[in-house]
Design a protein around this ligand. Structure first.
Ligand code: ADP
Length: 175
Protein backbone atom coordinates (compact mmCIF):
# COMPACT_ATOMS: atom_id res chain seq x y z
CA UNK A 1 0.00 0.00 0.00
CA UNK A 2 3.09 2.25 -0.10
CA UNK A 3 2.75 5.23 -2.37
CA UNK A 4 6.08 6.14 -4.04
CA UNK A 5 8.23 9.01 -2.76
CA UNK A 6 10.09 11.14 -5.29
CA UNK A 7 13.06 12.15 -3.10
CA UNK A 8 14.95 10.97 -0.07
CA UNK A 9 12.85 10.38 3.05
CA UNK A 10 14.70 13.07 5.03
CA UNK A 11 13.54 15.89 2.75
CA UNK A 12 9.97 15.15 3.71
CA UNK A 13 7.90 16.16 6.65
CA UNK A 14 6.32 12.91 7.68
CA UNK A 15 3.64 12.65 10.35
CA UNK A 16 2.04 9.59 11.88
CA UNK A 17 -1.60 9.51 12.99
CA UNK A 18 -1.79 6.45 15.26
CA UNK A 19 -4.96 4.95 16.66
CA UNK A 20 -7.28 1.99 16.92
CA UNK A 21 -9.61 3.10 14.10
CA UNK A 22 -12.08 0.34 15.05
CA UNK A 23 -13.61 1.52 12.74
CA UNK A 24 -12.59 4.82 11.13
CA UNK A 25 -15.27 7.51 11.61
CA UNK A 26 -15.97 10.85 9.95
CA UNK A 27 -14.24 12.43 12.97
CA UNK A 28 -11.02 10.53 12.17
CA UNK A 29 -11.41 11.29 8.47
CA UNK A 30 -11.71 15.01 9.18
CA UNK A 31 -8.41 14.90 11.12
CA UNK A 32 -6.77 12.87 8.32
CA UNK A 33 -7.85 15.40 5.66
CA UNK A 34 -6.62 18.36 7.70
CA UNK A 35 -3.33 16.75 8.77
CA UNK A 36 -2.57 15.60 5.20
CA UNK A 37 -2.61 19.26 4.14
CA UNK A 38 0.03 20.17 6.74
CA UNK A 39 2.60 17.45 5.96
CA UNK A 40 4.25 15.99 2.89
CA UNK A 41 3.20 12.54 3.96
CA UNK A 42 0.74 11.30 6.55
CA UNK A 43 0.97 7.72 7.73
CA UNK A 44 -2.24 6.54 9.37
CA UNK A 45 -1.02 3.71 11.59
CA UNK A 46 -3.37 1.16 13.11
CA UNK A 47 -2.18 0.00 16.49
CA UNK A 48 -2.13 -3.77 16.67
CA UNK A 49 -3.01 -3.93 20.34
CA UNK A 50 -3.22 -7.46 21.64
CA UNK A 51 -4.85 -6.42 24.93
CA UNK A 52 -8.02 -5.06 23.25
CA UNK A 53 -10.62 -7.20 21.48
CA UNK A 54 -11.52 -5.20 18.39
CA UNK A 55 -14.63 -5.56 16.22
CA UNK A 56 -12.60 -5.28 13.01
CA UNK A 57 -9.28 -7.09 12.51
CA UNK A 58 -6.19 -5.00 11.80
CA UNK A 59 -6.39 -6.01 8.12
CA UNK A 60 -10.07 -5.01 7.93
CA UNK A 61 -9.37 -1.66 9.60
CA UNK A 62 -6.49 -1.01 7.21
CA UNK A 63 -8.64 -1.92 4.21
CA UNK A 64 -11.41 0.49 5.34
CA UNK A 65 -8.86 3.27 5.92
CA UNK A 66 -7.31 2.61 2.49
CA UNK A 67 -10.73 2.78 0.86
CA UNK A 68 -11.73 6.08 2.50
CA UNK A 69 -8.35 7.75 1.81
CA UNK A 70 -7.85 6.44 -1.73
CA UNK A 71 -8.19 9.93 -3.23
CA UNK A 72 -5.51 11.35 -0.91
CA UNK A 73 -2.15 10.79 -2.62
CA UNK A 74 0.07 11.65 0.37
CA UNK A 75 -1.76 9.41 2.85
CA UNK A 76 -0.43 5.94 3.53
CA UNK A 77 -2.03 3.24 5.69
CA UNK A 78 0.10 1.02 7.87
CA UNK A 79 -0.05 -0.88 11.18
CA UNK A 80 2.39 -1.37 14.02
CA UNK A 81 2.72 -3.34 17.22
CA UNK A 82 5.92 -1.77 18.53
CA UNK A 83 6.44 1.20 20.83
CA UNK A 84 5.12 4.20 18.90
CA UNK A 85 8.40 6.16 19.10
CA UNK A 86 10.35 3.20 17.77
CA UNK A 87 7.89 2.76 14.93
CA UNK A 88 8.20 6.48 14.19
CA UNK A 89 11.98 6.21 13.93
CA UNK A 90 11.66 3.25 11.57
CA UNK A 91 9.44 5.42 9.33
CA UNK A 92 11.65 8.56 9.59
CA UNK A 93 8.70 10.43 11.09
CA UNK A 94 9.00 13.13 13.76
CA UNK A 95 5.43 14.24 14.35
CA UNK A 96 2.58 12.39 16.02
CA UNK A 97 -0.92 13.63 15.17
CA UNK A 98 -3.68 13.18 17.73
CA UNK A 99 -7.23 14.51 17.81
CA UNK A 100 -8.77 16.22 20.83
CA UNK A 101 -12.51 16.22 21.45
CA UNK A 102 -12.76 17.10 25.11
CA UNK A 103 -10.93 17.85 28.35
CA UNK A 104 -11.00 14.13 29.05
CA UNK A 105 -9.19 13.46 25.75
CA UNK A 106 -6.74 16.20 26.61
CA UNK A 107 -5.77 14.72 29.97
CA UNK A 108 -5.09 11.31 28.47
CA UNK A 109 -3.33 12.75 25.43
CA UNK A 110 -1.11 14.99 27.57
CA UNK A 111 0.01 11.92 29.50
CA UNK A 112 0.75 10.02 26.29
CA UNK A 113 2.57 12.97 24.69
CA UNK A 114 4.67 13.49 27.81
CA UNK A 115 5.55 9.80 27.89
CA UNK A 116 6.55 9.81 24.23
CA UNK A 117 8.65 12.94 24.77
CA UNK A 118 10.36 11.20 27.67
CA UNK A 119 11.16 8.26 25.38
CA UNK A 120 12.36 10.41 22.48
CA UNK A 121 12.79 14.16 22.76
CA UNK A 122 13.00 14.66 19.02
CA UNK A 123 9.40 13.59 18.50
CA UNK A 124 6.65 16.20 18.68
CA UNK A 125 2.96 15.55 19.27
CA UNK A 126 0.66 17.89 17.36
CA UNK A 127 -2.94 18.10 18.56
CA UNK A 128 -5.73 18.92 16.21
CA UNK A 129 -9.02 20.11 17.64
CA UNK A 130 -12.05 18.12 16.58
CA UNK A 131 -14.38 19.57 14.02
CA UNK A 132 -17.27 20.63 16.31
CA UNK A 133 -19.61 18.59 14.09
CA UNK A 134 -17.85 15.45 15.31
CA UNK A 135 -16.94 16.37 18.85
CA UNK A 136 -19.21 13.67 20.29
CA UNK A 137 -18.22 11.01 17.79
CA UNK A 138 -16.19 7.93 18.66
CA UNK A 139 -15.76 4.45 17.23
CA UNK A 140 -17.44 3.04 20.36
CA UNK A 141 -20.55 5.19 19.87
CA UNK A 142 -20.76 4.09 16.24
CA UNK A 143 -20.49 0.41 17.21
CA UNK A 144 -23.14 0.83 19.88
CA UNK A 145 -25.60 2.34 17.39
CA UNK A 146 -24.79 -0.18 14.64
CA UNK A 147 -25.23 -3.09 17.07
CA UNK A 148 -28.87 -2.10 17.49
CA UNK A 149 -29.28 -1.49 13.76
CA UNK A 150 -29.48 2.29 14.22
CA UNK A 151 -28.52 4.82 11.50
CA UNK A 152 -24.78 5.49 11.18
CA UNK A 153 -24.64 7.10 7.71
CA UNK A 154 -23.96 10.56 9.18
CA UNK A 155 -21.16 9.20 11.35
CA UNK A 156 -19.02 6.99 9.11
CA UNK A 157 -18.08 6.76 5.42
CA UNK A 158 -20.28 4.42 3.29
CA UNK A 159 -17.65 1.65 3.19
CA UNK A 160 -17.61 1.56 6.99
CA UNK A 161 -21.41 1.55 7.15
CA UNK A 162 -21.37 -1.51 4.89
CA UNK A 163 -18.66 -3.13 7.00
CA UNK A 164 -20.69 -2.59 10.18
CA UNK A 165 -23.78 -4.11 8.54
CA UNK A 166 -21.68 -7.16 7.70
CA UNK A 167 -20.48 -7.51 11.29
CA UNK A 168 -23.91 -7.18 12.87
CA UNK A 169 -26.02 -8.96 10.26
CA UNK A 170 -26.50 -12.09 12.38
CA UNK A 171 -29.87 -12.15 14.17
CA UNK A 172 -30.03 -10.19 17.47
CA UNK A 173 -30.84 -12.08 20.63
CA UNK A 174 -34.55 -12.67 21.16
CA UNK A 175 -34.95 -10.92 24.55
P1 ADP B 1 -7.04 5.32 20.39
O1 ADP B 1 -7.40 3.97 20.92
O2 ADP B 1 -5.58 5.48 20.07
O3 ADP B 1 -7.59 6.49 21.17
P2 ADP B 1 -9.02 6.00 18.36
O4 ADP B 1 -9.21 5.34 17.04
O5 ADP B 1 -10.14 5.97 19.32
O6 ADP B 1 -7.71 5.32 18.94
O7 ADP B 1 -8.59 7.52 18.16
C1 ADP B 1 -7.43 7.86 17.44
C2 ADP B 1 -7.22 9.37 17.57
O8 ADP B 1 -8.28 10.05 16.92
C3 ADP B 1 -7.20 9.90 18.99
O9 ADP B 1 -6.26 10.98 19.06
C4 ADP B 1 -8.61 10.43 19.20
O10 ADP B 1 -8.65 11.46 20.17
C5 ADP B 1 -8.89 10.98 17.80
N1 ADP B 1 -10.32 11.05 17.51
C6 ADP B 1 -11.24 10.06 17.60
N2 ADP B 1 -12.46 10.51 17.27
C7 ADP B 1 -12.32 11.82 16.96
C8 ADP B 1 -13.22 12.88 16.57
N3 ADP B 1 -14.53 12.65 16.45
N4 ADP B 1 -12.72 14.11 16.37
C9 ADP B 1 -11.40 14.34 16.53
N5 ADP B 1 -10.50 13.41 16.91
C10 ADP B 1 -10.95 12.16 17.13
Amino acid sequence: MNKPLSGTENEYRIAVYPGSFDPVTLGHLDIIQRAAKQFDRLIVAVLNNTTKTPLFSVEERKALLAEVTKEMPNVEIDSFRDLLVRYMRSRHARVIIRGIRSVTDFEYELQMASTNRQLDESIETVFMMTNPKYSYLSSSIVKEIAKFDGPVHDLVPPAVEAGLKGKYKSPQSAD
